[in-house]
Design a protein around this ligand. Structure first.
Ligand code: ZN
Ligand code: ZN
Length: 477
């Protein structure tokens, strides 16, 4: 609500700016106001100029890319069901001269543009949306509903910005196809399904992504968020996203009457002790300064207040960057869980199931170093920031695990004014997956296209050997 209010204020201010003398009298304050408004206008214009700096070329494709964004945003599809979305990309890419293969790992697409000898560079976009009800109030807000895999009626929204990634990729694809003299090698664009369920990348690989098609020398992707204002990109050297492990623990006790605890082994008490003991892993066992998270996201046990149940279940998400820390934390979870059950006299050892896992996304430092000045010259030095690693996860890591060096960068999505206001107030703008998540479309899309084109042209400028060598100079993955 506070954001809506601030919007109203801004509109009034703009109105005043266009009609400075419309008040009853032109006082000194009016002139001061006019001067400050003009300054604001100049600042805004210069910010716009910075955002639009690479725009000559970007403008030629912008309206089409924007139209695709609006179309895809209004017609989102859930993970694993992105058939129409993939079809929209496939037909457009085919019309541009790309060799397009559909249905790779489900609804995935692969589009190749061969342009003489040179490296192969892959650029990925995701295709999927989320079961979220859009509340942005935007004129092009999604009203879509569908059935999820469990048959429930759910709303659908591009609440993670994958629509922006698709529109950027299409704008980039168009520029690259129209300017083949500015690069050489093979450009490989992929539309990956089911990123949100961490299954799509693996399915594409299992369906021959790197055997039926050329294996890239470098893989590139971007992700938008409100971490940065639109117009900027963020580069992380080294870890960008975390290892994510899902663990389900079933604690077996011995049920009975709530009034006769001495005849039971209470699994709820064991679960409570276990949850607290698990918190000592990051605070007492992992070396200070190393990153790790152990979150117990759910506890399920019992049906009635006077019944001690037979068992309790815990659901955990475990995050880390380094492989050795991941191993240490998972081992500690297992050790503590078993020991707590034993301490309570449980007859049966807890069941510990490790049912989902994704590796960290690690950016080759050599690539980050090589591409920083490239992005600075394309977007302006002030528009290239350092991105902090975050504990989120991404299945782009599956491509990296195949031995493909990665450059995964952040794309600013926040409206610059709202971003500044939020910073000043110590508040956070809605994060990805929020029903209010809405990138500041025009500057973010312009920047996404300009950044991708600059990165691809740089990577597709020398020989495959040179790129492979430069991408692995400092590899420590
Ligand atoms: Zn997401
Ligand atoms: Zn996402």
């Amino acid at each position: 609500m506070s954001r809506e209010q601030s919007n109203c204020v801004r509109i009034e201010e703009i109105h005043k700016l266009t009609a400075p003398g419309s008040g009853p009298q032109k006082s000194q304050n009016d002139w001061a106001y006019l001067a400050s408004s003009l300054l604001l206008a100049i600042l805004t214009a210069s910010m716009w100029a910075q955002v639009a700096a690479p725009s000559g070329e970007v403008e030629t494709v912008f309206s089409q890319a924007r139209a695709l964004y609006v179309d895809v945003h209004q017609n989102p599809e859930l993970s694993g069901h992105e058939m129409q979305t993939a079809g929209k990309l496939a037909s457009r890419l085919r019309a541009l001269g790309y060799e397009v293969t559909e249905h790779v790992g489900g609804s995935g697409i692969v589009a190749l543009l061969k342009n003489g000898p040179g490296p192969t560079v892959m650029l990925r976009t995701e295709l999927d949306a989320l079961p979220v009800e859009e509340k942005t109030g935007l004129p092009y807000a999604s009203k879509m509903r569908t059935k999820d895999d469990a048959g429930r009626d759910v709303p659908v929204m591009h609440a993670c910005g994958h629509d922006l990634h698709m529109a950027s990729l299409m704008g980039t694809a168009t520029i690259m196809a129209n300017t083949k003299s500015a690069w050489h090698g093979t450009l490989m664009l992929i539309g990956q399904p089911a990123e949100e369920t961490i299954t799509g990348a693996k399915k594409m690989i299992d369906d021959g992504l790197f055997t039926r098609f050329p294996k890239p020398d470098v893989a590139v992707a971007l992700h938008t968020s409100n971490e940065l204002p639109a117009g900027k990109v963020g580069i992380a050297s080294g870890y960008r996203y975390a290892n994510a492990d899902s663990v389900r623990i079933t604690i077996y006790g011995k049920g009975g009457h709530g009034s006769a605890p001495h005849t039971t082994v209470d699994p709820i008490v064991i679960a409570a002790r276990t949850i607290l003991a698990l918190q000592t892993i990051t605070s007492r066992e992992v070396k200070p300064g190393e990153a790790a998270v152990v979150t117990v996201g759910y506890v399920q046990a019992g049906t009635k207040n006077n019944i001690i149940p037979d068992q309790a279940e815990l659901g955990l998400t475990v995050r880390s960057y380094k492989p050795e820390i991941r191993k240490q934390v998972l081992a500690a979870i297992s050790r503590i869980t078993k020991a707590e059950a034993q301490a309570a006299g449980a007859q049966r050892e807890p069941l510990i199931e490790h049912y989902e896992a994704t590796d960290a996304v690690y950016n080759e430092p050599a690539l980050a170093q090589r591409l920083k000045p490239v992005l600075e010259s394309a977007l302006g030095k002030d528009n290239v920031a350092v991105a902090e690693p975050i504990m989120g996860s991404e299945d782009f890591s599956y491509f990296i695990a195949q031995g493909v060096p990665s450059f995964f960068f952040g794309l600013g999505g926040a409206n610059p004014q709202k971003y500044a206001q939020a910073k000043a107030a110590g508040e956070n703008l809605p994060s990805n997956h929020s029903s209010l998540f809405a990138p500041d479309l025009d500057p973010a899309l312009r920047t996404g296209i300009a950044a991708e084109v600059a990165v691809l042209r740089n990577l597709l400028s020398g020989s495959a050997e040179e790129l492979r060598k430069s991408a692995q100079q400092q590899s420590s993955y």
